[in-house]
Design a protein around this ligand. Sequence first.
Ligand code: KIV
Length: 255
Amino acid sequence: MELDAFRNGKGKGKIIMLTAYDYQIARILDEAGIDLILVGDSLGMVVQGHMDTRSVTMEDMIYHTQSVARGAKKTPIIVDIPINCDETPKDALENARRLLKAGAHGVKIEGNKPEVIEALLKEGIPVMGHLGLLPQTAPSYRLKGKQPDEAEKIFQDALEVDKLGVFSIVLECIPEGLARRITEAVGAPTIGIGAGKYCDGQVLVINDMLGLDLSFTPKYLKRYTNLNQIIKEAVGKFKEEVKNGKYPDEEHTYQ
Ligand code: KIV
């Protein structure tokens, strides 16, 4: 799939990206018609139940990429290279190739790592940048770029990463004004999460936007449904019907 089209299409409509980690959700997203699926290392939290993304391995990413690739037939799949797996250009290349083999169309690199990004692009591997809050290395998850020096560093990183030729840049948890300044300055489309409305696109973690974990309440998060409640209601109904002998009824029984 031609991911350079995203760079060329900057400004021609918002990019919609959501995460997926398994076959069925990937199939639904594919059918719903979004622009990009991200197999994010956020799976460390929302699938595996860890506090952060730091224990996610290449094996985890390969497993989930393979599952997503079975479900998404037309939507490009971008996959995070997890922590410590892109320390050198050689490592990054080797791991990116493993992810492409598993079904990825491009990889996401957290932070400004020019040698790594350059090496991947030189080998024709599409790269999505990721700046602002960097969960793989951040001591805590908080807004980034509020202070002028931190904002300037993120801005300069965005210019550098853009110049290398990434096909898009995720901007996570930064003030809207900074995201706007970056979006206007770079050639790659920006995809925001907690970065306001001026980005060229938006991404959310699918579990969050579906309302599976009601205890996760960052300011940027809008829940589009409440699957937590819907699932609990369905489970409660099943429990009640089994207990009172209503299920299985004749309609759901082989004779
Ligand atoms: O891992 C992830 O899901 C991400 C998104 C939050 C952009 O990096």
